[in-house]
Each structure stands twice: as C-alpha cells, then as structure tokens.
Design a binder for this molecule. Structure first.
Ligand SMILES: Nc1nc2c(ncn2[C@@H]2O[C@H](COP(=O)(O)OP(=O)(O)O)[C@@H](O)[C@H]2O)c(=O)[nH]1
Ligand SMILES: [Mg+2]
Length: 401
C-alpha cells in the first residue's frame, strides 16, 4: 500500500542510483535500517522542482518511521524492565530481600522511609509508587533490601504492573503483607491473599510436604498416604484425571488435596511471609489489630507499627531479619579481632558452608580445624569439624594446612 502512494508521486526523471536505493529502502524491513535507507534515498533525490512533491511525501514518511521507532524503543524499554521483573529481578542486594505488598495508601512508603534513608513519595492519593522500588535497611552489620510493590487491587495479577509486582514477590525471600489498621482489615487481606494466590504464590507453606517424581514406568507409586488428609483413591483418581500414568508421590508431611495439586504444578512458588499492621496510632486500630490476630496469627507473625509515632519500628526491622532465615558468622584470625562484617548464610548452615564462602574450594581439602567462639554460651570456645552447625553470631576461626 505504501509503495502505491510512493509510486504515485514518483517523477520519471530520477537517477538509476535513486531507483536502486528506492528498491533497497522498500525491501528493508527492520525499522531502524529502513530509516537509514530512506535518509539515503532522500539525499539521492533530484533537486528540481518537479521532485518536490515526492520528496515531501518521503519526508512525511521519514517522520512517521522515526516516531514509530521511538515508540518501539519506549515499548522495548518498558518490556525489558517489566520483562526482567517478570523473571523477578529487582536485583537482589544485601543479605535478603523483603517485598512489601498491600493496597494503595496502606503506609508502605512511609514505613520504608522511616527505617531507611529512602525518600519515597508519600501520598494521600492512589498509586504513588507505580513500580517495584527498592531501599536498603541497615540493621546492625547487615543490609536488608526492602522492595515496595505498587498497590494491589482486585485483578491486579492480570494487569501489567500488577503482574510485574507479583513476579518480583514470587522471587523474593519474604513477603510482608502490609495491612492498614485505620480501615477494615478483611477487605485488605482478602485482596492481598487472592492476588498472591492467583499468581501461584503460596505463603508459609512447606514445599517439601509432598515430593513428586515423574518416572518412565511403574504406575502410581504412592508413599506415606497416612500423611494425606484423604484416601488413596482420591489421589489415584486425580492422577488419572490428569492423565499421569507413571509417578512417585511421597507424602512426607501432613498434607491436603490442595497441596497435592500445588506440588504437581512446577509454576507454584513457596515464599515466607509475615504481616505488618500499619497506622497503629489511628482510631479503632486496636480493635482491628485484635481481629487481625484472631483471624491470621495461626498463619502469620503479625507486627503492629506506627510509622507516624515511631512505634515498634525496631521490632519490625528485627522481625524482617528473622523472616529471612539467615545467620551471621564472623571470621577471626587468632590473635586479631574478629571481622566486623559477617558472612551471611542460610539458617542450618555448617562450618563447611562458611569455609567455602571464605576460601572457595581449596580450603575444604586443606581444612585442619575450626574454633567457634560463643561469648554468651556456657562453652565459650569449642573446636569443631566441618559438619558442625553454625549459630547466628558465631565467631569462627578456621585453620588449614
Ligand atoms: N496515622 C498514620 N498515617 C500514616 C502512617 N503511615 C502512613 N500514613 C499515611 O497514609 C497515607 C499513605 O501513605 P503511603 O506511605 O504513601 O502509602 P503507600 O501507598 O502504601 O506507600 C499517607 O497520607 C501517610 O501519611 C501512620 O503510621 N499513621
Ligand atoms: Mg507508596
């Protein structure tokens, strides 16, 4: 269609060079390259008056192409940032990442500003913070990354920014559900939980309750059925309905049908979670806090705060730390003071994990002994092996050959 218009205004007396270039231009599909070719074409256009109309058409075309390119670049940029967020990338920094999710205006930015040196916009209007935004909480000697997600709303998992936010949440180390105590809690909790659930994010559920292994033959091999709240026929029926003929299902811990469905679904994410109850200074907040505890304390730790009155912000920060399930170890060279900056490891780590982090592989082969110093313990100094479990605050001396 475009070439028809261009041909219409095409004068006959053009150079062969121009004609060749016109063909090149018309056949170029890549937008950026097309612009280059069109510019070349214009430079080859005849200078006489009869070519003015044609050149005018090409210039208009050039402007349109440039506008298209700009738009495309903007889109690409937006897609790249949301695309990376879709893979859950607000790049993690510090010892762990906590995502704050709640309805708009529930106080997320205010609380982040209160415990970090961030200066997020605080607004009494909706969606003040439109994209996942990180800030660093410095807690004693470690950093915890807090990420404010844009406000959730009914159906946000289907919208662009909501999907992006939930993608960040699913990759996070812990999700803090932020509930505003100055308004009814149930509508808030129901939106938050519904949206997370729709994004296949399960909170405080153990991934390891059911182990699934797809196998080539052997039929339905179901173990630990005593841990299942239901009978084996139900499980088999479900597997048949899903047309799965060969599989090993191990119920390792007490589990329900819903957990079975999740376990079969590799897109389900299991994330630690807690509740931060904000605006504890507002009227009626005490009653609402009680309601929140009655309904949700069996599933979540609930931390009440008032950012306005600076109440329990320390408690909240330490609660963040506890929900990261990490421990800090300080290495020490005999005769010197221990390192100020800890090594941060997942809870349950052993001496070997720390050693690998300090010395990479070589050390483990040459390991001789480790000494752990625990100032507040009955045994203040103990010589241990590579398999010894570490505790938060341990001072560790490593000796090697
Ligand atoms: N009374 C009271 N108001 C608060 C508190 N924290 C935040 N607010 C107010 O709640 C509104 C929304 O806060 P903002 O942090 O922007 O919420 P966000 O949308 O969740 O980030 C603002 O008007 C804040 O001043 C608090 O602890 N107490
Ligand atoms: Mg905000």
């Amino acid at each position: 269609m475009e070439s028809v218009i261009e041909c219409e205004s095409l004068p006959t007396n053009v150079t062969p060079e121009f004609d060749r270039q016109r063909l090149i231009y018309e056949e170029t599909e890549d937008l950026a390259q097309r612009i280059v070719e069109l510019e070349k074409l214009l430079s080859l256009a005849p200078r006489h008056k009869g070519a003015e109309r044609m050149k005018g058409d090409y210039r208009k075309k050039l402007a349109t192409l440039k506008a298209q390119l700009d738009k495309k670049r903007d889109l690409d940029r937006a897609r790249r940032s949301s695309g990376s967020a879709e893979e859950g990338v607000v790049r993690k920094e510090g010892a762990g990442q906590i995502c704050l999710i709640g309805i708009t205006n529930c106080g997320k930015s205010t609380l982040i500003n209160a415990v970090t040196n961030a200066e997020f916009d605080v607004g009494n209007y909706p969606f003040t913070t439109p994209i996942p935004t990180p800030a660093m909480l410095i807690l004693e000697d470690i950093n915890i990354q807090l990420v404010e997600l844009p406000g959730v709303f009914n159906g946000s998992h289907e919208a662009g920014i909501g999907r992006q936010a939930l993608a960040v949440a699913r990759n996070s180390d812990c999700i803090a559900l932020v509930v505003d105590l100055s308004q009814d809690i149930e509508p808030q909790m129901s939106i938050i939980l519904k949206e997370l659930d729709a994004a296949r994010i399960r909170l405080n559920k153990e991934k390891s309750a059911i182990r699934i292994e797809r196998v080539g033959l052997g039929g339905h091999m179901i173990y630990g059925i005593q841990n299942y709240q239901g009978d084996i026929e139900e499980v088999k029926e479900y597997l048949i309905a899903r047309k799965i003929t060969n599989i090993i299902v191990r119920f390792q811990k007490p589990s329900t049908f819903d957990q079975l469905v999740d376990a079969m679904d590799s897109s389900v994410a299991y994330v630690r979670a807690m509740i931060i109850a904000t605006k504890g200074d507002s009227e009626g907040s005490e009653t609402r806090f009680k309601e929140l505890e009655e309904k949700y304390s069996h599933r979540f730790d609930i931390v009440p705060i008032s950012a306005e009155n600076d109440e329990n912000l320390d408690g909240m920060s330490w609660s963040f730390y506890e929900h990261l399930d990490i421990l800090r170890v300080y290495t020490k060279i005999p005769g010197k003071k221990s390192e100020v900056k800890p090594i941060v490891l997942p809870e349950g780590s052993i001496v070997e994990d720390a050693a690998r982090k300090v010395h990479k592989e070589l050390f483990v082969e040459r390991f001789r002994a480790a000494v752990i110093l625990r100032a507040n313990d009955k045994i203040k100094r103990r010589t241990v092996g590579l398999n010894y479990p570490l505790q938060d605050g341990d001072i560790l001396q490593l000796a090697h050959r």
